[in-house]
Ligand binder design. Sequence first.
Ligand code: SER
Length: 884
Amino acid sequence: MKNTTNEIRKKFLQFFQNKGHTILPSSSLIPKNDSTLLFTNAGMNQFKDFFLNPKKKKYSRVTTSQRCLRTGGKHNDLENVGYTERHHTFFEMLGNFSFNDYFKKEAIIYAWELLTSEKWFNIDKNKLWISVYQNDEETYEIWLNIIKVSPKHIIKIGDKNNCKYNSENFWQMGETGPCGPCTEIFYNYDIKKNHDFSKFLENKNEYFIEIWNIVFIEYNRVSSKKIIPLKYKSIDTGMGLERIASVLQNVKSNYKIDIFKKLIEKISYFSKTTNLNNISLKIISDHIRSCIFLIYENVIPSNEYRGYILRRIIRRMLRHAYKIGIKKNFFYKIVPYFVENISENFNFLKGKEKKIKEILKIEEMQFSETLEKGLKILNIEIKKASNQEISGNTIFYLYDTFGFPVDLTLDICREKGIKVDLNSYYLEKEKQKKRSNIGSKFYKNCNQIININDTCNFEGYKKNTIKALIKHIYINKKSVSSISEGEKGIIFLDKTCFYPESGGQIGDIGKLHYKSSCFIVENTKKYGNTIGHIGKVIIGKFEINNFLYTKINKFYRNQIQINHSATHLLHAALRQVLGNIVTQKGSLITNVRLRFDFSYPNIIRLSDIQKIENIVNEEICKNNLIKVQYCSLEEAKKTKAMALFENKYDAIVRVISIKKFSIELCGGTHTSRTGNIGLFKIIEQSSVSSGIKRIEAITSSQAINFLHIKENEIENISTALKTKSINFKEKINKLITQVKSLETQVNIFQEKENTYQVQKIINNIENIKGVKLLINIFNNYNHKSLRFMIDKLKKDFQNIIIIFINKNNNHYNIITGVTKNLTNYLTALEIIKIFIKHTNGKGGGKKEIAEGGSFNIINLSKILKIIKLWVTLKLENKKNHVRE
Ligand code: SER
C-alpha cells in the first residue's frame, strides 16, 4: 500500500529534518514534573519549559511524533470516540516546533510545502481550507498574499461568548501554560459540492476535517483570568497522524486506515458482527490502544487518578464488547497481535505483552460479572421508565450494590435517549456517606478479629519504598501461607513505609511488588501492634517468608501530608481566634479534604472564620519549616505542646512544630514546609452535637478549584443580573421590591380574573336532587386561584359540590369542594378517592376540601361520568333520608 501510516510518519519527520529540525523521540504518556496534566495531550507538552523560557531550550527546531491521550481536563475526546470518524482517546501527533527561531511565515510556508508539494504529500490545493484567529491580520495576509490561497478558502474565527481567547483558533494546553492564536488547515473531502465553510463551526461538517494546527505561542496562561505575553515567540504545530493517514489513503475515516483496518478485523473475529463500520468495533479498537500504552507506562486500573481513567476505558470497552456479542475475555488476546502486527513504530512494546495481557485479563474477569448483572437491571429499568428518565435511586442502586459504574449508566442512557436524574443520584450518595460514617465504627472493631501478636516497623516518615519480609497473609480473616493472582487479602510485613489509618489520617495506598508479582494496596490499617496492607494481587503470587518491595503512592500521600499540616495550622489558629476553650475532639485527614471537630459552645461568626483562614494562609506564606522532634512526654508538656492528653502516649513522643505557632504531639506524616500547602480554604462549618463544632477545609489545588467554581457561579449570577458583583446587593434589593410590587399587581388582576371566571363558570352549575354540582375543566390554571374560587363558590351558594380539573401537559390535578351541610352524605375526600381508584393517582384531604393528581388519564370524561353518577346516587340517598 502507498502512504502507509508508518511511511507518513517517517516522511513528516524527514521533511522537517531537511529543514534543520532535530528528530526527537516521543515523551511518555505520563507527563514528567508537570502536575497540571494527567496525561500528555499534545506534542508540545514535553517542551513546555522551552516555550516559557527559551534560555532553557536545548534545541531551536525539533520535530516529533508524540503519543497523546485525550481523556480528561481541557482536551477530552472520550465521549466522541466511535461516534465520529476522527476522534480518539489515544493517537499520535506529528509536530514541528521552533523555540524563539522561525515564526508565522516560515511555519505556514513549511506546512503548505509538505502538504501540497508533489515530492511530499501532494494534496490538491483546492481541497485545503484555512481558519485564522479573528484579529490575526498578519497570518491572514500570509495565507492570502504569500501562499496565495483564495480568500473564499479562508475563514476568520473569533471568540465565543465575548470571552477573550475563548476560541477554536486560540490554543491552550490546559488550565495554565503556554498558549497563543492558531491557524488551522482543513481538508475538504467533497470538493464537488459547494459547501459553506463559514457554517463549518456550527455544523461540525463531516466534510471539512481539521488536519493541522499551527499555534503561535506568544502567551503564558497563569490562571483562568490572567494571561501574560512571553518575551520570546515560538511555534507549536500538531497534525493527527491517523487523520492525515485517512486523507492520504483516501478512506474518509480514521477507522479505515491501514492500522485500524487490521485491528478492527481482528477484533471482529471475536464478535458476532460482520459490519466493520459498527460503532462498538471502533470504540474497542480505539480503547485497546490506550490500554496497551497506559499499562506499558505502568498505569494500573484502580479507583483513583490515572488508574481510574484506565479502568473507565477498560470498562467502556467491555460494555461495547458485550454489545456485539463477545461474552468471553478477549482483550488480552488482541495485545500480542497488536504488538506483532501493528506497532512497527513502538518496538519498546516487544517483551511487555505478558504484563499488559495479565493486567487486562484480570480487570476484564473482575468486571464481567458486574457488567452482566448491571446491564440486566438497567435494561429492565429503561423499559419501565415511562417518562424516559432513569431515577437517581436506580443509578445509585446499580453503583452501590453491583459496582456498576455511573459513567457506563450515563453512556448507555445517552445512547438510548433516556434522561438521568443525576441530582438525586448525588443526594443518595451523600446519604450513603453519612450511613457509612456510622458504619465505620463497626469496621474499626473488625480489625480486632485478626489477632496477630507481632510488630511492624513503620519507616515511611522518610522513605517511599523499602524491601520487607512477608510475615503473615490473611484471606477472609483466615491465616494462609500464600496469596495468588486475583485474590483479595491482607499482607503483614516486618517493616513498611505504608502509613496505617490512625490519628485521623487515612491509610496509604500503593503497591507491594516483587519481580513480576504485584499486590495493589487499597488501604492500610493497624492490627494491634502490626500493620495490615489491604488489597489484592493483580499479577503473580506472594508467599510468607519471601521478600518484596513496598511502594506507596507518593501523589496521594503528598496530598494527605499537606492536609495534615494544614490541620495543625487550623488547630492553632482556632485557639488564637476563639480562645483556649477550643480542644480537639476528632479529625479526618484525607487526600482531598480535612475535617476538624472541636469543643466550642458558641456560634462561630463568618468574620471569625475569615480571621482563621487569614491566619492559616499567613503561616503558609511564611513557608516555615515543619520540624519533627522526639522527646520525653514531660519535656513535651513543658513546651505546651498540644495533645489529646486523655490519649495514652509513650514515654518518648513525636513533636511536630511550626515555629512557635503550632506545637503538637503527633504520629502522622507531614509536608516539609508550610508553603507546600499553597492555599487553605474553609468550605463548611457545622455543629456535630451540643458544644462540638466541625470545620471542613481544603487546600492547594482543591482550594483553587473550589474558588474557580465560586468565581464561575458569581459570573453566572452577574450575567443573569446584568451587573458586576459589587452591585449585586443593590440590584437584588431592587429586584425584590420590583417582584413584591408585581406580586401585588398580579394579585389584583388575578382576583379580578377569578371573579370573572366564577361568573363564567356558574352557568355550568347543574341541579342534582336539590344540590348544586359544578364540574369544570381548566387548562394550566393558577392553583391558588382555583382554591380561591372554590372558597368563593362555597360561600356564595352554601349548598354546592365543586369539582375542578386542572390539566397541565399530561398531568391532571383535581380539587374538590363540598359545603359543610352536605358532608354527612358525601365528602370531598370520598370524591378524590374515586378519582384515585380509577386513575391510579395520588391524593388526600378533608371532608370539605380535597385534592389529587394523576398522570395516567386516558378517558377523563368517563371518569367524570363515574364521579357524577356516584354523587347522584349519594344525593338520592340523602333525599330518601330526608323523606324518612
Ligand atoms: N498544541 C496544538 C494542538 O494540540 C498544536 O500542536 O493542537
